[in-house]
Design a protein around this ligand. Structure first.
Ligand code: ASP
Length: 323
């Protein structure tokens, strides 16, 4: 473990990103999530931490894991959970977002979980409502609960985050998961490498405090964690890779490339997995190396911790304090 939970509440009204959180904030959420991880394996999984509270899932983009696990998290904590998915492309995005936010705000929810295809949209929405907002992924900007669940998975397996060597591989350019993980791992003292073709790495990514590699063998050498990212074709405008086949040849994770990492290196992927594009199907399913199902399990625990922390925070009593 990285330390004991600080003896104070989580002092943020919203959870919009990992950037801006302290190591203590992250440890606080991970410690709480750790207890929920065990709790979720019990036959009786119902608490009343959120009794009387209303949680709304507002998803402007598709989701399987994030939406379902927030729903489960809210229900296991005893809250009322409403799901809304919004796909109305005929209305201008900005108007849809603000109009919808104002409508939902009028129903007095306590927490809004928002996913939106535009970077920054969730923060904008958080300025218009009276309740707490959790970012369920905004464009290629941030996906804070994914980074937290990845950190919980790593910490449970390796006992720490500090000092680990983590390779984040693939389409870092379009990935909110990659960006949130880089922030979190840096804050927690891990060493981060990004590995991918120049077309899929953001320009000047070194400024985020990462090492840059353009080949898998060098990038994975001696790594403790190999985190694969999906090719985010829905965010690509133009040609970023010559073909999926060629991409897999150079950057897809197979056993030959994995051999460069430490023998006990963990394989991670946020899902959905594109088998044969960024990862070989056998490697993805290798229960001795891949922790992909455990990441999903950690996701429910982390989202329970985030919901509890946000609703416990005194500033959610609507004193107007910013996050
Ligand atoms: N599910 C993650 C996200 O929403 C990763 C992905 O879609 O590739 O960003």
């Amino acid at each position: 473990m990285d330390g004991n939970a600080p003896n104070r509440a989580f002092a943020h009204r919203h959870l919009l990103g990992i950037e801006g959180l302290s190591a203590d904030d992250i440890i606080y959420l991970l410690d709480l999530a750790d207890s929920y991880f065990e709790f979720n394996r019990r036959p009786d999984k119902k608490l009343d931490v959120l009794r009387g509270r209303t949680v709304m899932n507002l998803f402007f983009e598709d989701s399987t894991r994030t939406r379902t696990s927030f729903e489960l998290a809210g229900k296991r904590l005893g809250g009322d959970v409403i799901n809304m998915s919004v796909r109305d492309s005929s209305i201008k995005k900005g108007e849809t977002l603000i109009d919808t936010a104002m409508t939902l705000n009028a129903m007095n929810p306590d927490v809004l979980i928002v996913r939106h295809p535009d970077s920054g949209a969730v923060e904008l929405l958080s300025q218009k409502v009276a309740c707490s907002v959790i970012n369920g992924g905004d464009g290629s900007h941030e996906h804070p609960t994914q980074a937290l669940l990845d950190a919980l998975t790593i910490r449970r397996r390796k006992g720490r985050l500090k000092g680990l060597l983590v390779a984040i591989c693939g389409d870092v350019l379009h990935s909110r998961v990659g960006r949130s993980n880089i922030h979190l791992l840096n804050i927690m003292g891990a060493r981060v490498r990004v590995v991918g073709p120049p077309t899929l790495l953001p320009p000047e990514i070194e400024r985020m405090g990462v090492e840059v590699h353009h080949d898998m063998e060098g990038g994975l050498a001696d790594c403790d964690i190999v985190m694969m990212l999906r090719l985010q074709t829905e965010r690509m405008h133009g040609i970023f890779v010559p073909s999926v086949r060629e991409y897999f040849h150079f950057f897809g994770l197979d056993y030959a490339k994995l051999a460069a990492a430490k023998p006990d290196a963990l394989i991670m992927h946020p899902g959905p997995v594109n088998r044969g594009a960024e990862i070989d199907t056998e490697v993805a399913d290798d229960i001795t190396r891949s922790v992909i199902p455990e990441q999903v399990e950690a996701g429910v625990a982390v989202r329970m911790a985030c919901l509890e922390a946000i609703t416990r925070n005194p500033s959610t009593e609507f004193d107007g304090a910013a996050s």
